[in-house]
Design a protein around this ligand. Structure first.
Ligand code: AMP
Ligand code: GLY
Length: 427
């Protein structure tokens, strides 16, 4: 099959790496890709959110199957446009992608289908929102309704801070995304990223992982896209996964179908493992980044076969995906300054040596090749050092060994405590 993958992050490098191993994929192209993806796929310089140019590329080059990595093209209706053309595509329609693109859509949906999540209110008016705040307990959870690149959630500790924050939301802190605001009950517990695949009728579980959203050690500093991940997450037991399939994933797939928005693609459930059981924090409609990288390294089955079954509506007949037991950790190397301003174009060396360490695979995120073939930093999150070993301790040691002894990039930084929680507590 001639396959087009859309995106340019570490998530897409991991997907491309896995797809390139599939006997079903004879020709793999990525738009726009990065320096790492270029080692396993042909890259074309079309941006992931440039829908018209993507459609032009697909019309011109004729792909058998398209896989969409990031959320923007999904929310912009790329899948709808491809389905109208008769092109096979893995990913949800614009209407189904509202599970990620509108938090109020998802909260109202969960309420109608009795899916466990935090209590909430939705507001377009500051006075009403403030009156509702007074009925809630601290800390307060405020969310911009629309897509805000993972930054649209603020959790003030005091009522006065929450009121001031609300004023900022309504005066355009996140532009159009925060003209509508969701206020939620604060939940406590460990967070888990869980992934399931749906063909619109049937959902099958993949596995769980844990992310590290804050920029610095000890979960300090600003929120980022994610600074590291590991899988399995010991807190997410087989029983917990079965419970989440039963209370959250299956009702979602059935509800979306019933509402006329059948969901095809990856359902990424951000879960809080609360004392009352797992509850949904939010949905994303694509793989997580940096979670996808650890999940792809544990997947033993053919990824393309899963995507084909999801597109064709035959997941009910697919053999359950098989997983390697050995844990995988992913330590993200980001450009100094990220998630604030940072430099681009600095040179990275030592990646081949890093991959000579047992169990280490490096996935690129924001990288590009210079005219002379050097790898240059080209974004905020730049590299993913993934490491698989027979124990989580060993996997973590090897990832940091690769970073400390091999990767030569003075302009980058990473967290030193990825997987610390599981290492310390065993859960
Ligand atoms: P979201 O973008 O909705 O995943 O929210 C970003 C982060 O905010 C989550 O990963 C949680 O750490 C936190 N968060 C969101 N909603 C809640 C909530 N209702 N209670 C506690 N923490 C939350
Ligand atoms: N790592 C969280 C996300 O991809 O949204």
């Amino acid at each position: 099959m001639k396959v087009l993958l859309i995106g340019s992050g570490g998530r897409e490098h991991a997907l491309a790496w896995k797809l390139a191993q599939s006997p079903l994929v004879s020709d793999l192209t990525c738009a726009p890709g990065n320096a790492g993806i270029a080692t396993v796929a042909a890259c074309v310089a079309v941006a992931a959110d440039d829908i018209l140019s993507l459609l032009g590329l697909i019309d011109r080059d004729g792909y058998d199957f398209v896989i969409v990595g990031p959320e923007q093209p999904l929310a912009l209706g790329l899948v709808d446009a491809l389905e109208a053309r008769g092109v096979k595509v893995f990913g949800p329609t614009e209407a189904a992608a509202q599970l990620e693109s509108s938090k109020s859509f998802t909260k109202d949906f969960c309420k109608r289908y009795n899916i466990p999540t935090a209590d909430y209110g939705v507001f377009t008016d500051a006075a009403e929102a403030k009156a509702f705040l007074k009925t809630m307990n601290a800390p307060y959870v405020l969310k911009a309704d629309g897509l805000a690149a993972g930054k649209g959630v603020v959790i003030p500790e005091t009522l006065s801070d929450a009121e001031a924050e609300l004023d900022e939301f309504f005066s355009g802190k996140f532009g159009e995304a925060s003209t509508k605001v969701v206020i939620e009950e604060y939940m406590t517990g460990q967070e888990v990223s869980f992934f399931a695949i749906s063909d619109g009728k049937t959902a099958i579980p993949l596995i769980g992982a844990q992310d590290h959203k804050r920029a610095f050690d000890g979960d300090k500093g600003p929120n980022t896209g994610g600074m590291g991940a590991y899988s399995p997450a010991p807190v997410f037991t087989q029983d917990a996964m079965a419970e989440v399939m039963g209370t959250i994933i299956h009702p979602t797939v059935a509800g979306m179908a019933k509402d006329g928005n059948p969901f095809k693609g990856v359902l990424f459930a951000g879960l809080m493992m609360t004392p009352e059981g797992p509850k949904l924090i939010e949905y994303n409609v694509r793989f997580g980044d940096p979670e996808c990288q650890v999940i792809m390294r544990r997947l033993q089955s053919d990824l393309m076969e899963i995507f084909i079954a999801a597109e064709a509506g035959t997941l009910d007949t697919l053999t359950a995906p098989a997983w390697l037991n050995d844990p995988v950790v992913n330590v993200v190397l980001a450009a100094k300054g990220y998630p604030g301003s940072y430099e681009k174009g600095t040179t990275i060396k030592g990646l081949d040596a890093a991959q000579d360490i047992d169990g280490v695979v490096v996935f690129h995120a924001g990288t590009k090749l210079s005219d002379t073939g050097d790898v240059l930093a080209n974004g905020g999150r730049v590299l993913n050092i993934t490491s698989q070993a027979s124990s989580l301790e060993r996997a973590v040691q090897n990832a940091y060994k690769a970073i400390d002894e091999c990767v030569d990039w003075p302009d980058g930084f990473c967290r030193r405590d990825i997987a610390h929680h599981a290492l310390k507590t065993g859960r």
